[in-house]
Design a protein around this ligand. Sequence first.
Ligand SMILES: Nc1ncnc2c1ncn2[C@@H]1O[C@H](COP(=O)(O)OP(=O)(O)OP(=O)(O)O)[C@@H](O)[C@H]1O
Ligand SMILES: [Mg+2]
Length: 298
Amino acid sequence: MFPKSEEVIELAKEKWRYDQIRFGNPKLAEIEPEYEELLESGYITMAINELMYSEKRKYAEWLENTEELEMVHEIPFDIEEALKTGFCILGNKGTGKTNLAKWLVKKLIDHGVAVYVLDSSQAWLSNSPISEHITVQPYGTQHFQWQPKPLVFDLSLLNIRDKIRFTNLFCRTLLQGHIQGYINDWEFVVFEEAHLIFPSGSLRGLKRYGDAVAFATVGRNYKLSFGFITQFPANVDKLLVKLTVQRYLFQTWEPNDIRYMRRLLGKHAEELKSLEVGECVYQAKGEIKKVVFPEYGA
Ligand SMILES: Nc1ncnc2c1ncn2[C@@H]1O[C@H](COP(=O)(O)OP(=O)(O)OP(=O)(O)O)[C@@H](O)[C@H]1O
Ligand SMILES: [Mg+2]
């Protein structure tokens, strides 16, 4: 079966944008590439091949692969990979996402990385790998003494608009500090409620979402990396998920999310429905495992 031309063009554009970001030109990803350009640079051919291959594959490999997922009790986490490409944690409310993130943050801190968490849930204020926190105030001027040490920014007092504003300002400050060479060590930001900061399409509209998006796309060139967490997998930018190599997928039932997860997990996406609290599926570079982990601090 030959793929539809709209599908081919859409995928070719997506690949083109992805490459602009990957090669460090996120501004170019904003521009709509011309059909001729996509054709000449080989993106159309790539998209056709991929779609034809995936059609065949869909009915062959994934459907017949009924093997059980391997189950592990050690949390898989490649720190070097996380510094290059971040991590993401997706899944339903109350399934253990923040607890898993605490384990990952602990590993980063033990590795000497300064980690900052931007969070409104207050779940990072106790039983946490980071002992210090600052509650960001909604009114007035607040000054922060910048020190490269792990810190939780409690955003619980801010409304959604101010959370987004603060996050973008925070990202801009950090990125500028690194670009201008004031900070030379790895720093890592964890975004809770990432769907607010990186909603679908935000990596294509750099102007509106500018600073956090720039941070996520070019930060790694300046020793800045990030992890993001959301309850709404289908609402967070797909390019961002794609840029992230290590993914931790928790229970989800939402048909939209399951459909989306099928792209990442194939047939195993169905298993997300039956995961329990403290269980997730780890996916990285073609590797898929079920992970069972304890509560942080337990
Ligand atoms: N590994 C685990 N084993 C047992 N209980 C756990 C585990 N991880 C988390 N819990 C419990 O499940 C509840 C939710 O955990 P957590 O806050 O990590 O979930 P979450 O996915 O971040 O939730 P939300 O979407 O609301 O932010 C907590 O009460 C926590 O004590
Ligand atoms: Mg949470």
